[in-house]
Design a protein. Structure first.
Length: 372
């Protein structure tokens, strides 16, 4: 039976069955017991964990074991800079920021401008490198700690990164890369080599500090194939396997699929004006009925509604408020237009505040950046 979805580091499409994806990728589901363990250390739960938007992991239980022994971890995540940032990109970073605050740990943030040069035919090195520094402003705007956050471009930190990537490359053969990523003889050599670069930040702090340090990688689940390779190779180099925590994808505003930069109407970009936000949300797919009469009689279907999904993930973190609007929707007590208006106002407020912080970030960008 043919799968109804595709999930690779470079393509995500279709309606994703996350339970099947856990099985396919060999992940572990984040269960209530693990959530309770997190809460023991954080005192509260981030909505992205409590609502299980971060749904799977590799060795998160081990990370907590080590932390309880006094062996602090570091965080590693990143961005493939190929254009403007949208809300879907922010989700893993928002949880990463919360983890940094709660555990008081370093973050190593990789801008894979080399990857996007290899994989995007229409982008030059100058394009992807420029996007790296522009996107870094969105990272800084979220409030990461200046003295514990290191952001770097693969091109501009290459002297440091390449030496370590070469060690990974020597342990990795083409048959593995081909099997994991679906590359073939027609793929450029950069695509084949790139995963070695993405492995490096998972052990770079261990080299910097001269001791083995656990690594936790919060990321969207499409990046898992890279880190499966890292987990295989790093122990051969004498380092811990990196642990990870995987998120679902923020869905697009249209029916089916994730928010995508290539389908502008499906995504809310940080640069979108108030009018653009209003227009996109007005056209969003909902769980509403065909007629007003039917909506009031049968109620809406929040389980398939993109507007409700956005409330759930980013824009309604008060559980009581979310449950109230869910019940009002199901009983026909609120119409889709009303929910769209609420979401639109919240998104515009968030974007306008974020853009102000983004402007402030320009003044301190160099304090976060690592270069050779």
């Amino acid at each position: 039976m043919k799968k109804k979805y595709i999930v690779t580091p470079w393509e995500v499409s279709g309606e994703i069955d996350y339970d099947k994806l856990i099985e396919e990728f060999g992940l572990k589901k984040i269960d209530d017991k693990l959530i309770d363990r997190i809460k023991e250390h954080t005192g509260e739960l981030h909505p992205l964990i409590k609502r299980k938007f971060f749904f799977a992991h590799r060795d998160l239980d081990w990370i907590l074991d080590e932390y309880e022994k006094g062996n602090k971890f570091f965080l590693y995540t990143g961005r493939g800079p190929s254009g403007d940032t949208h809300l879907g990109h922010l989700v893993p970073w928002i949880l990463t920021k919360w983890l940094q605050d709660k555990f008081d740990v370093e973050l190593w943030f990789q801008m894979t401008d080399d990857e996007k040069f290899y994989f995007k035919e229409d982008l030059s090195i100058e394009d992807t490198n420029s996007f790296a520094y522009d996107n870094a402003l969105d990272v800084i705007a979220l409030g990461f700690k200046e003295n514990k956050t290191y952001i770097f471009s693969d091109f501009d930190y290459a002297r440091t990164l390449y030496r370590e990537a070469a060690k990974v490359a020597k342990k990795l053969n083409f048959s593995t890369v081909r099997a994991v990523f679906g590359l073939d003889e027609s793929s450029n050599v950069g695509k084949i080599f790139f995963t070695c670069m993405q492995s490096v930040p998972a052990f770079l702090p261990s080299i910097k500090y001269g001791k083995n340090i656990p690594c936790l990688i919060p990321h969207a689940v499409d990046q898992d194939p890279h880190f499966r390779i890292s987990r295989d190779i790093l122990p051969k180099l004498g380092f811990y396997k990196p642990a990870s925590i995987q998120s679902m994808f923020l869905p697009g505003l249209l029916k089916g699929g994730k928010m995508s930069s290539s389908i502008k109407e499906s995504a809310i970009f940080i640069s979108d004006s108030d009018n653009e936000v209003d227009k996109k949300i007005k056209n969003a797919f909902t769980g509403g009925r065909d007629t007003l009469k039917e909506q009031k009689e049968k109620g809406g279907r929040p389980e398939i509604c993109m507007v409700f999904n956005y409330f759930n993930v980013l824009f309604m973190w008060d559980d009581k408020e979310l449950n109230e609007i869910k019940e009002r929707c199901k009983s026909g007590g609120i119409l889709c237009g009303e929910c769209k208006k609420i979401l639109s106002e919240r998104v515009k407020k968030f974007l306008n505040e974020h853009r102000k912080k983004r402007e402030d970030a320009k003044k301190k960008l160099n304090k976060f950046i690592l270069k050779d």
